[in-house]
Design a protein around this ligand. Structure first.
Ligand code: UDX
Length: 480
């Protein structure tokens, strides 16, 4: 008779940024709901942010307290990233990530050993290490401790594939400015990607010298992912079929997105924000259906006063209602008021400006009719989920590539001053195109079709659910 294994135990480690933490929390919950024991390891720095957002003392904040009420076996612990809490990790990006390459793996190793040693009774379970694809050590640590390594990719498959084929891109001189200057070129030799303009590449590929650390992270991360046992991708098969099929020929890659919409538990009851959320519900409820533009640039994009000024004037010219998320650090945290003088007095009831909000609540409001977005992948999936067409205004990393998917491939959004400095007239013009007239009706119809694909994929028989089931079966087969 075949023996049943004890519950597998997954040590889960998110990348320390909001756009990566949220999907990893949801993956952890999903694994727990399939009977896995989870130890979720968060950096102390991110933990402190979350406590502050909840207005709770660090010692008493437990991210998964609610989840445990649903009988999920999720343990929560923190790990130092090696820097004091007041160290500016953005300003000292290179120093921070050098240390994350050099010293962080030893800390992870320690926590892995401690977790494994503590979970031997009544029987030692099979262990797995679930970590973000951008980390530069998961396969090495997993191998050392005889664990199964699951790499979680939180961005679209096209971005994964471009990173995966970095060497091929290099061989073809994709970033050789002496050869190409700034001219637009088309890349058509990446398996599963028909054709992509160099202008739609991730910013660290468009200009590798701008922040060399980003390329280094990608290089090291993708050396590791090639050794992973499984790759999970927060995308949907029906949206990126060709790219995923090509990837699958190299590695088992499971499209399981949009992971943030798995259950009500993932949607509501876990406080995942790094900043405290302003409540926009009452304001939104007072506005007509489809009349409000939501404006947000995610958790890391930085702007400047001039750009914010043009956007602000554009909103005024368009006369649209708007909710605008302006993080206190949107222009580096120095200025107290980044808006043009008198702007707040002029807008009166037209606009609501908040430092952070519950984005899902805003997007799900019937009043919201458009989203001016930086094209972060979570934001795109959330906008599609709620059927809200987008104005795309990418800033950095994967965002220009995500823009291509939204505007050029799926046609559920419009560009805003692509590659050029933003101008107020153009802001107003694109808002009109998105939210008024014939074009807006067509755009709405299109996004509803794409939205249905996302919702269908999450049905019990849908692609993302069946892919997740298949992943669990394949994973358990590894333990036998
Ligand atoms: C980063 C990268 O910039 C992004 O391109 C990549 O795909 C993931 O990592 P970020 O810039 O923060 O993420 O953007 P995004 O992926 O959209 O994630 C932001 C998350 O914060 C979303 O889940 C969104 O719902 C949430 N959010 C944003 C809020 O809850 N409230 C807000 O006010 C703004």
């Amino acid at each position: 008779m075949q023996m049943e294994h004890p519950k597998p135990h997954a040590i889960v480690i998110p990348y320390p940024y909001q756009g990566h933490v949220t999907p990893m929390i949801n993956l952890a919950i999903r694994l727990a709901s399939r009977g896995f024991t989870i130890t979720f390891v968060q950096t102390e720095f991110i933990h402190q942010f979350m406590c502050k957002a909840q207005n709770l003392p660090a010692a008493s904040f437990d991210l998964f307290a609610e989840a445990r009420k649903s009988d999920l076996d999720i343990r929560y612990t923190t790990i130092s990233d090696g820097f004091p809490l007041d160290f500016d990790r953005d300003l000292n990006f290179n120093e921070y990530w050098e240390s994350m390459f050099r010293d962080f793996p030893d800390r992870v190793d320690e926590i892995v050993v401690k977790t494994m040693e503590a979970d031997v009774l009544p029987e030692t379970p099979p262990f797995l290490l679930v970590a973000d694809t951008f980390y530069t050590w998961p396969a090495t640590i997993a191998k050392k401790h005889n664990m199964v390594n699951v790499s979680f990719w939180t961005e679209p498959a096209i971005v994964f594939s471009l990173n995966y084929h970095l060497e091929l891109l290099r061989q073809n001189g994709f970033s050789d400015k002496t050869q190409h200057g700034n001219a637009e070129n088309y890349i058509n030799y990446i398996p599963g990607i028909q054709s992509i303009s160099t202008r739609d590449l991730m910013t660290y590929l468009q200009d590798p010298e701008a922040i060399p650390m980003l390329i280094k992270i990608v290089e090291k991360g993708f050396e590791q992912v090639k050794k992973a046992d499984f790759i999970l991708c927060n995308t949907v098969e029906e949206l990126e079929l060709e790219t995923l099929s090509a990837l699958n020929q190299k590695h088992p890659t499971y499209a399981i997105g949009p992971i943030n919409f798995y259950t009500d538990l993932t949607k509501t009851s876990i406080a995942k924000s790094l900043w405290s959320e302003s409540d926009c519900t009452q304001w939104l409820n007072s506005k007509p259906s489809g009349s409000v533009l939501y404006v947000s640039f995610g958790s890391i994009a930085e702007s400047n006063k001039e750009e914010i000024g043009e956007l602000a004037h554009g909103l005024l010219i368009s006369e649209v209602y708007f909710v605008w998320v302006l993080r206190p650090d949107i222009i580096g945290g120095q200025e107290s008021d980044v808006l043009p003088e008198g702007f707040k007095d002029v807008i009166k009831n037209k606009g609501l400006i908040v430092p952070w909000c519950n984005q899902n609540m805003v997007l799900s409001s019937p009043a919201t009719g458009g989203f001016l977005t930086h094209c972060g992948w979570n934001s795109i999936l959330e906008s599609i989920w709620y059927g809200v067409p987008m104005i795309c205004y990418p800033f950095l990393v994967d965002q220009p590539t995500n823009r291509k998917l939204v505007v050029d491939d799926w046609k559920i959004g419009v560009d805003l001053c692509e590659g050029e400095q933003v101008r107020r007239e153009e802001v107003a013009n694109q808002i009109d195109i998105l939210m008024k007239g014939e074009n807006s009706v067509q755009m709405k119809q299109k996004i509803q079709k794409v939205s249905k694909k996302l919702h269908d994929s999450m049905d019990a028989e849908g692609s993302s659910c069946t892919n997740f089931d298949r992943f669990v079966v394949d994973l358990k087969a590894k333990f036998c």
